[in-house]
Design a protein around this ligand. Structure first.
Ligand SMILES: Cc1cc2nc3c(=O)[nH]c(=O)nc-3n(C[C@H](O)[C@H](O)[C@H](O)COP(=O)(O)OP(=O)(O)OC[C@H]3O[C@@H](n4cnc5c(N)ncnc54)[C@H](O)[C@@H]3O)c2cc1C
Length: 401
């Protein structure tokens, strides 16, 4: 596989330490599930790995400062750490609590909120989910209509949120709610935290077609929420929501996760198929394989330039959009090739062990097709790729729609 140039020796030592830690400490049954790219890792496995990282100097919260239990790492260290997690088949970090809400509370939360909420995230006692999208308000998020109406020391919330990932595993939801209809629509939005155990909350699963349970619709019927659960000021939710979405930047392109899939594809491409040839010997396959590999390598270099380069602050806005578009396109190409390649090993007489080309490989032919279909979601969520193109057109080309 094409390799990016190494970082300086200090960072490469750090990489070695992280790699060794994962190799020794990641429980095998969790590694196997991640290597097979299973979508619905059980909560107890997520908690187990999170706490192993927590006990090692707060590694579970790589972007958190030391005073809140994180390791206090530089951007470069965080980047290397995320790479090693992916390549070592370790689970993704808990994006909603650790990656989104925590840093949002550092920036906009009150001292009392930080004291109350952050320790439970650090200890994996509380799982969070994100309630932004609503039926009819996805790309046009500012049109959202789930209402919060003041009533004494509380708000009463009515409406629903949709496509809420992991709500069925979560204890709390953070989200954007309509607090005023008089102001400009962006100004009437407030960032609110809601306990999903509150009376009037219903979480209903939305099954997707390859039969995994990832997303839900969450209904709020006269749900009473203490006023102390507003983050920032009333009507400041749009600003806070934009800040929170920008925190996804390290993960948007999923370069390292795609590299891990590329490694599995490489094994399939160079293994012998029935008839005695290898897929890589077939010109059509080899061309597409090499194109995907080159594109992924180019994206990795671009990602480094945008996230870690000297001008990162200026390039992060449109850079994140560009990374998301290219990252999800290349990811889809690699999954499609992997599904295609796996089909050659799905013959009934081929031992399961050979299908992954390693006797202990958990990756089976059916996984590849399921993953290809499941990952049709990535160009849609976190702001669809069309919306990312609009952002680039607006910010870089000064084109207004
Ligand atoms: C698997 C999955 C998980 C998700 N998890 C969450 C979650 O945890 N929390 C959450 O809040 N949301 C979540 N979402 C919702 C996601 O953010 C929205 O689906 C997304 O923003 C698109 O909104 P929509 O589905 O309403 O589509 P629409 O906004 O109706 O868009 C439909 C199509 O029209 C295109 N389009 C719309 N407007 C424009 C425009 N102005 N210019 C060009 N093209 C346009 C879109 O790109 C899309 O192709 C998730 C979605 C998926 C698929």
């Amino acid at each position: 596989m094409l390799r990016a140039p190494p970082f300086n020796s200090e960072l490469e030592d750090f990489r070695h330490t992280v790699r060794e830690f994962i190799r020794v400490n990641l429980p095998d049954h969790i590694r196997q599930q991640v290597a097979a790219e299973k979508m619905d890792l059980p909560r107890e496995d997520q908690v187990c790995w999170h706490r192993i990282l927590r006990d090692n100097g707060g590694w579970c919260c790589p972007a958190w400062p030391k005073e809140h239990g994180g390791p206090g790492w530089s951007d470069e260290q965080q980047y290397v750490f995320e790479q090693e997690l992916a390549l070592g088949n370790a689970p993704r970090l808990m994006i909603y609590g650790v990656g989104m809400l925590g840093p949002t509370l550092f920036e906009y939360g009150s001292e009392q909120q930080r004291e109350r909420i952050l320790p439970d995230i650090l200890n994996a006692d509380t799982f969070w989910c994100q309630g932004f999208s609503e039926p009819g308000s996805g790309s046009d998020l500012a049109s959202l209509n789930c209402r919060m109406t003041p009533d004494g020391d509380e708000y009463i919330v009515n409406g629903s949120k949709i496509w809420t990932s992991e709500a069925h595993l979560a204890d709390w939801i953070f989200g954007l709610f309509r607090s005023s209809v008089e102001a400009r629509k962006q100004q009437g939005i407030t960032f609110l935290l809601i306990d999903l155990a509150s009376p009037g909350v219903t979480v209903r699963p939305l099954k997707i077609f390859e039969d995994t349970h990832e997303v839900n619709q969450v209904f709020f019927d006269q749900v009473r929420v203490p006023k102390e659960n507003v983050v920032g000021r009333l009507g400041e939710g749009w600003e806070i929501g934009k800040y929170l979405l920008s925190l996804e930047r390290f993960g948007t392109a999923e370069v390292s996760r795609t590299k891990a899939t590329m490694q599995r594809l490489t094994e399939l491409a160079f293994a012998e198929i029935p008839g005695g040839t290898r897929l890589i010997d077939h010109v059509d396959f080899a061309e597409r394989f090499c194109r995907a590999e080159r594109a992924l390598h180019a994206l990795e270099m671009t990602e480094r330039r945008i996230l870690l380069g000297d001008q990162r602050a200026e390039s992060i806005g449109t850079g994140a959009s560009m990374l998301k578009i290219r990252g999800t396109e290349i990811q889809s190409d690699v999954f499609r090739l992997t599904a295609e390649a796996s089909a050659h090993f799905a013959h009934i007489d081929i031992p399961r062990s050979q299908a992954g080309c390693h006797s202990d490989s958990p990756y089976q032919p059916g996984d590849a097709a399921r993953n290809y279909f499941n990952y049709r979601k990535t160009p849609i969520y976190s702001g669809s790729n069309e919306i990312q193109r609009n952002i680039i057109a607006k910010l870089e080309l000064d084109l207004r729609s």
